[in-house]
Ligand binder design. Structure first.
Ligand SMILES: NC(=O)c1ccc[n+]([C@@H]2O[C@H](COP(=O)([O-])OP(=O)(O)OC[C@H]3O[C@@H](n4cnc5c(N)ncnc54)[C@H](OP(=O)(O)O)[C@@H]3O)[C@@H](O)[C@H]2O)c1
Length: 179
């Protein structure tokens, strides 16, 4: 894919893999929309990318565990007239304690970030992605594999996230579109 003039929205861009996605996409000419809760970290990365890559960088802080915040994020992207050609659903968290030893709030927080926000953002931006003949990248985990030990609830949620991506993919197929 040629990323020049493509607008890529990356969740979890304040650090880790998301920051690296943002750096590499900007270096290849993509305009990037940076999403995470840590506004200061996003602003620091944004000014660096503007200087070094000369691309348009938009910072949109959002808490993906909050459906209101996700709704506001989607509205802000549309208000600014940004057509998302590449969506990188990278933000996510793992729970490393056994299911019964973690609070319901912790479990539901993970569902909201790892599944609900992914489905909401993909649903909102799929029309633009299709129009741009772009793509959606869902960052998951090798914990999806049946052979990996432990964390069955995390595995199920990651599977759900990937199933929703496959459903989206099959329903987005159009003649002449290679998804
Ligand atoms: N690194 C690994 O070895 C590994 C292994 C398997 C899977 N993964 C998956 O790969 C992805 C990236 O991993 P990583 O290691 O780079 O993670 P990380 O360093 O912990 O970064 C997570 C990113 O997600 C953002 N985030 C977390 N909760 C959020 C929320 N409620 N709203 C908005 N943003 C939120 C964080 O930003 P803020 O805190 O600023 O919001 C941060 O930018 C995750 O989905 C992770 O599950 C990673």
């Amino acid at each position: 894919m040629n990323y020049r003039n493509v607008t890529a929205l990356i969740t979890g861009a304040s650090g880790g893999l998301g920051e690296e996605f943002a750096r590499q996409l900007a270096t290849q000419g993509a305009n990037v929309v940076l999403v995470a809760r840590s506004k200061d970290a996003l602003e620091r990365l944004a000014s660096e990318l503007r200087q070094q890559a000369g691309v348009q960088v938009t910072v949109l802080p959002a808490d993906l565990a909050s459906s209101d915040s996700v709704t506001r994020l989607i509205a802000e992207v549309k208000n600014r007239g940004l057509a998302i050609g590449l969506l990188v659903n990278n933000a996510g968290l793992g729970i490393f304690e056994p299911f019964v030893d973690t609070s319901l709030a912790t479990q539901l927080n993970q569902v909201d970030v790892n599944v609900r926000a992914v489905v909401a953002l993909t649903h909102a931006f799929a029309p633009d992605v299709i129009a741009c003949r772009g793509g959606v990248i869902n960052v998951a985990s090798t914990a999806l594999s049946n052979r990996s030990p432990g964390r069955p609830s995390m595995r199920r949620r990651r599977r759900l996230c990937c199933s929703s991506a496959r459903l989206c993919r099959s329903s987005c197929r159009r003649p002449g579109h290679a998804y």
